[in-house]
Design a protein around this ligand. Structure first.
Ligand SMILES: NC(=O)c1ccc[n+]([C@@H]2O[C@H](COP(=O)([O-])OP(=O)(O)OC[C@H]3O[C@@H](n4cnc5c(N)ncnc54)[C@H](OP(=O)(O)O)[C@@H]3O)[C@@H](O)[C@H]2O)c1
Length: 434
């Protein structure tokens, strides 16, 4: 016998309209494959008269999304508004209190309020799905909640933000500068009008905190997470990284080291032929390194209407089948507060600086590195490019031998206080085994 679920949708933007259109496209499929029928009993957004990519004429309009959660006939609320607090949070709480199912694509909401949401959803024993919140159409949440829990995860890492990956890919392949690549991303609808969270690493940090929680049994947390964005990367960095056999990617990595969790978002150099190096454009990839199952790699479209709405639909199917699981894989009482460890093992770094074009400057520069315990593996120095500033500086690129982060930080501070360089140098970690 088929099951009919009554749905309320809050938020009718890219994802909200995508869900309505994907549901309609799959109406017959859902019935045939899952015995599932649905009614959309209400929708809500900011502006009732706004032109949308789907018709909402047949649906009841709610000015206030919270009234959707109060409607006794609605079984499931789908929140596609966004934002870590405000209406998205209030709607989650109101829905759970009314013992309805809740689905969201909102990583900021889950990352920021994971503890309280885990507590009240388990207390009220309701369905809470958020597959669409991380890595678009890649089923990473279900994968981490599945039997993988029986294995020990050592680290989880990947490319978690499609917009920044698109920008870095275009800088590399089309020789665009950062601003040009960002404008292209905006024109193609890949970046928000305000893309700061994509560029400064915060969006990826929210997602990393969620998959880290699922991997290591903690509440999501951004505390003590090193977050560096892609703003300082220049086109020449891609050129020199390529010469050295690497690509530059914004990588999120969470590792379990001696019982503590180390989380980091940073542009890193990855081998150009590796699982991360070959992921271009808006795609995402997540690698899960386990004790017995080896390394699992999941790759796919990281954002956009199609993949994101597909993940929402997969949560709707789970809801209709009565599949319930703890929000972060373990019961509320078994989750721990994040015990972060920002200590990072020694590793190699890519260093790019613009060195003043003067006799002896290279010797002074390398002696600062040496004094700080940094030894150099490879150097590229070309006199053919000059910064158009009063110092007439030329780029110097180095690959270091493995070194600790304290040495890198102290060398950085010393270098920016000399007159040897133009612009602050950048140090990018080199990711091994990717
Ligand atoms: N876009 C993606 O590719 C993608 C991928 C994964 C996850 N997500 C997540 O999915 C969520 C939605 O993203 P989106 O790209 O679809 O955003 P969007 O296009 O900006 O749509 C947001 C929707 O929320 C509505 N809204 C704003 N404030 C509201 C309020 N107070 N009450 C009711 N409705 C309100 C807006 O109404 P109006 O339309 O009337 O202005 C709009 O329909 C976010 O959490 C985002 O992080 C997005």
């Amino acid at each position: 016998m088929s099951k009919t679920i009554n749905i309320g949708i809050a938020g009718l933007g890219t994802v909200g309209c995508g869900v309505i259109s994907n549901l309609s496209r799959n109406k017959e499929n859902l019935k045939e494959k899952y015995d599932l029928e649905y009614n959309i009993l209400g929708v809500s957004a900011s502006n009732k008269t706004k032109k949308r990519s789907v018709s909402i004429e047949g649906f009841s309009w709610y000015d206030n999304p919270l009234d959707l959660a109060k409607n006794k006939d609605i079984d499931l609320i789908i929140e596609l508004i966004g934002g870590e607090k405000g209406i998205a949070f209030d709607l989650a709480i109101e829905t759970i209190k009314n013992k309805k199912g809740f689905i969201t694509a909102n990583k900021a909401l889950i990352s920021t309020n994971g503890k309280i949401l885990s507590e009240i959803s388990s207390k009220n024993n309701v369905f809470f799905g958020y597959e669409a919140a991380v890595a678009g159409g890649i089923p990473i949440i279900k994968t981490l909640k599945s039997g993988l829990f029986l294995d020990k995860i050592n680290d989880i890492f990947g490319i978690l933000n499609g917009t920044s990956n698109f920008i870095l890919s275009r800088m590399n392949s089309a020789n665009k500068n950062f601003d040009e690549a960002l404008i292209e991303a905006q024109e193609l609808g890949y970046a928000e009008a305000n893309p700061s969270f994509d560029i400064n690493g915060m969006d990826a940090a929210h997602k990393l905190s969620i998959i880290s929680a699922l991997s290591f049994g903690e509440f999501p947390s951004l505390e003590n997470t090193n977050v560096t964005g892609i703003e300082k990367i220049q086109t020449i960095d891609h050129k020199y990284a390529k010469e050295l056999g690497y690509k530059i990617k914004l990588v999120g990595k969470s590792s379990l080291i001696n019982g503590k969790i180390s989380k980091e978002i940073s542009p890193m150099l990855v081998d150009e032929d590796s699982s991360l190096g070959t992921v271009e454009g808006v795609s995402n990839v997540v690698c899960i390194n386990t004790d017995y199952n080896g390394t699992l790699i999941l790759e796919g479209e990281g954002a956009g209407e199609g993949p994101t709405s597909a993940s929402v639909l997969s949560d709707i199917i789970d809801f209709s089948q009565g599949t319930k699981s703890h929000l972060f894989g373990k019961s509320f009482d078994d989750l721990t507060n994040s015990v972060n460890n920002i200590e990072i093992s020694n590793r190699c770094y890519y260093l790019r600086t613009f060195l003043v074009d003067q006799k002896g400057s290279m010797a002074k520069f390398t002696s600062i590195l040496e004094k700080n315990g940094i030894s150099i593996d490879q150097v590229i120095q070309r006199g053919d490019v000059h910064l158009k500033d009063e110092k007439n500086s030329t780029p110097v690129i180095m690959l270091t031998h493995p070194v600790d982060t304290d040495s890198i930080n102290s060398a950085f501070l010393e270098l920016i206080n000399t007159d040897l360089i133009s612009l602050n140098p950048i140090f990018l970690p080199v990711l091994k085994d990717n």
